[in-house]
Design a protein around this ligand. Structure first.
Ligand SMILES: C[S@@+](CC[C@H](N)C(=O)[O-])C[C@H]1O[C@@H](n2cnc3c(N)ncnc32)[C@H](O)[C@@H]1O
Length: 192
């Protein structure tokens, strides 16, 4: 099976799973395929040496990132608090033969970021607990070597991202734009 067909199957399974439960922690909450294509394009063009994903779930978005990373000889770190989801992600990445390009971490994203060295990642994809983004923001920016940070759900949940967005633009002077791709991609950049 090609990675494209694997992604198609995983996406359908994720949607079916999510509509069969009301328990949020059991949902996969995958990015859309158009967001995956966008992430692939960014990684392929920017060629970051190290990529960080915050919010692995079952590895759907990680597969998109890891495939692009393999093409440019880059590495992905991906973090999720759920041991079960990381276990699923490891299975899916292995079935796609992408395991060598990814290190999976069972951790709270805030703690992971706190322990990261300054300017470690050149590309970050944030798709985790939106209520915590403001608390993670300072470490997120410290950890990123600008670079680019992409945040999912910018058009589906703009209110939840408001304080985070204000902090980045008003306090840190970063440039923020939103693209109507999938659930809305917030693009955070340092503009000289
Ligand atoms: C929207 S889902 C990620 C979907 C994934 N990016 C994809 O498209 O396949 C959010 C994930 O964040 C994880 N999460 C929630 N709070 C977290 C935290 N404090 N630290 C780490 N992961 C967390 C959840 O377990 C969940 O798997």
């Amino acid at each position: 099976m090609t990675i494209d067909s694997y992604l198609e199957r995983l996406y359908v399974e994720g949607r079916q799973n999510d509509s069969s439960t009301t328990t949020r922690s059991e949902m996969m909450l995958n990015i859309t395929p158009s967001t995956g294509t966008f992430l692939d394009l960014l990684v392929s063009e920017l060629k970051p040496k190290r990529i960080l994903e915050l919010g692995t779930s079952n590895g759907f978005s990680t597969i998109w990132l890891a495939r692009a990373a393999r093409r440019i000889h880059s590495q992905v770190d991906s973090v999720d608090i759920s041991r079960d989801k990381i276990h699923l992600a490891r299975k899916h990445l292995t079935e796609c033969e992408l395991q060598d390009n990814v290190a999976l971490h069972v951790a709270d994203c805030g703690e992971f970021l706190r322990d990261c060295n300054t300017e470690t990642y050149e590309f970050v994809f944030l798709d985790s607990d939106r209520t915590a983004y403001s608390r993670w923001a300072a470490d997120l920016v410290r950890t990123t070597r600008f670079g680019l940070i992409v945040v999912d759900n910018a058009t589906t949940h703009p209110q939840e991202l408001l304080d985070f967005r204000r902090f980045l633009s008003d306090e840190l002077g970063l440039s923020i734009s939103v693209l109507p791709i999938g659930n809305g991609q917030m693009i955070i950049q340092k503009v000289e």
